[in-house]
Write a protein that binds this ligand. Structure first.
Ligand code: GRF
Length: 221
């Protein structure tokens, strides 16, 4: 099996990218980061990529005529590294249908909520405002609709008395990292196939997202 080539798409601090790099370095993920791509030249993700000597490309929307031109420029750079998998880890722009079509079945997103609850922004505050007693993160296939697409895997954390959005985010983040690594491992093992309206694991349709347990194993298939 060839080593899974991952392209990471990120706008922010890059802790999920760092988690993938750590897992690869530890031998816990048979993959390589083929490139890191961003709309934010000053992002932490780009800084981490450069510090690791990775291929890093940032294209600011300001330098492009319109949304479609930005997508085209960035996704052409992604295509050039021939990724097996594109991981959106805090990429804060909506990706147009043309770019998605180009990478159909090869793009996942990590989102900090138990989807289908709370697509979009401010997920931690919204979970608290709703009085939820648990919160979590989801990995799903990317489709044109925001934070939708077949769910692959989730991790759950309790909401504790006295939590605010910041404390809840802090509790969730390391679990998100473990979720992303465990899900990427399924791709490295070539066990997942993504379709527009469902995902296959080991050739069988996933009827519910896998759940990350305390030992960082995905269960429930
Ligand atoms: C994570 O919470 C991810 O779930 C969300 O954006 C954040 C990115 O964090 N979509 P980082 O840039 O990987 O640290």
């Amino acid at each position: 099996m060839s080593t899974l080539a991952i392209a990471v798409l990120a706008s922010g601090r890059g802790s999920n990218l760092q988690a993938l790099l750590d897992a690869i370095a530890a031998g816990a993920l048979q993959a390589r980061i083929a490139g890191v791509f961003s709309d934010k030249p000053a992002s932490g993700a780009i800084a981490i990529a450069r510090a690791h000597g990775l291929h890093a490309v940032a294209i600011s929307p300001r330098d492009c005529a319109d949304r479609a031109a930005h997508d085209e420029a960035l996704f052409s750079e992604i295509a050039a590294v021939q990724p097996d998998l594109i991981v959106c880890a805090g990429y804060m722009r909506i990706i147009g249908a043309a770019a998605l079509r180009r990478f159909e079945g090869r793009m996942i997103n990590i989102h900090p909520s138990l989807l289908p609850r709370y697509p979009g922004l401010d997920t931690h505050a919204r979970a608290l405002a709703a009085g939820d007693d648990e919160h979590g993160a989801s990995v799903h296939a990317v489709i044109p609709e925001l934070d939708a697409g077949p769910l692959l895997a989730q991790v759950r954390v309790p909401v504790l008395a006295g939590d605010d959005a910041a404390s809840l985010a802090r509790r969730l983040l390391p679990r998100e990292h473990a979720l992303l690594v465990a899900t990427a491992r399924l791709f490295a093992q070539r066990r997942v196939q993504l379709h527009a309206d469902h995902a296959l694991l080991d050739g069988r349709r996933l009827l519910a997202p896998l759940q990350l347990d305390a030992a960082n194993h995905l269960t429930g298939a």
